[in-house]
Write a protein that binds this ligand. Sequence first.
Ligand code: FDA
Length: 309
Amino acid sequence: MGLSREILLWASRNEWLQKHVPRWRFVRYSVRRFMPGEDVSAAFAEAERFQQQGIFTVFTRLGENIEDLSEAEAVTQHYLEVLAEIKRRNLPTEISVKLTQLGFDLSEETTLANFRRLAEVAEREKNWVWIDMESSEYVDRTLAFYETVRQEFHRVGLCLQSYLYRSYDDLERLLQKPAAIRLVKGAYKEPRHIAFPKKRDVDANYFRMAERLVQDFGRNTVRAAIATHDVGLIGRIRARAHELGVADKDFEVQMLYGIRPAEQLRLASEGVRMGVLISYGESWYPWYMRRLAERPANVLFVLKNLFVK
Ligand code: FDA
């Protein structure tokens, strides 16, 4: 892991910075590149624009590790309202949640109850709820949680991270049953005994996991999303999918709002099933630091905004 990435990931968890940095105007200005606004109405406006371009969207309200169950209730209520609004506007928009935002650090029982309320609506309305994967201390519990809810609901997906040594085996096990998997590289600071320290190994494991997933693309019991901005990697996985007879309409790619927008349009225009994850909300600091860590050159962009009036 590069030093700058390490520093930015450390900063993402630093309490003093978390309290102060979001007040700095030039940082607030820079965040706009990765999120259309703090309010969900900005996300809805963008979702409508993407819909016209043949791109579906996934909403996520920023925030993690809440400290009081009343906050988890407010988040659940918020997502219920979002699901209702998606239906009202007839948008191809799904939601993605962090379990620690629904109370995972405080009560697994309440988290399950909150999640069920969302999954029930998604199931009824033929929508989807994705579960984000957080740092490695949560992986066992998140997998167990996903497997529990999948016994009741089909329209629930899980994120797996290729930087973890364990993820290939987790994938293989999950694919023994109907599953929905979003494959990412991984965004947290993890020790070398848990995660590949070298990027090229993370990328190689991503390809290996994607190759395994591709075999099940189009199988109606498996939904698989290639979630990365690594265009070369997407190209190789897509070529492998073609070799296996997978049509582009069954090949799903997801990217984050504001990253590689031209590529998003190109893939959608070529008939790939293209989705964009849109984040919004006030608690953007740790998430934004992880975005900077993915590409430390982004820090230059932040600094340039020091001079924006
Ligand atoms: P990589 O980092 O190799 O980047 C490939 C190229 O993409 C770069 O060369 C650059 O051009 C561009 N790029 C990537 N990040 C950029 C950035 N921040 N700014 C500008 N350009 C950038 N992680 C996690 O741990 N848990 C989760 O639940 C999720 N969920 C999730 C959903 C979706 C839809 C996506 C796309 C990603 C996630 N992630 C995630 C984040 C993921 O783990 C990873 O950190 C980022 O996707 C960046 O890695 P890439 O796969 O893009 O590759």
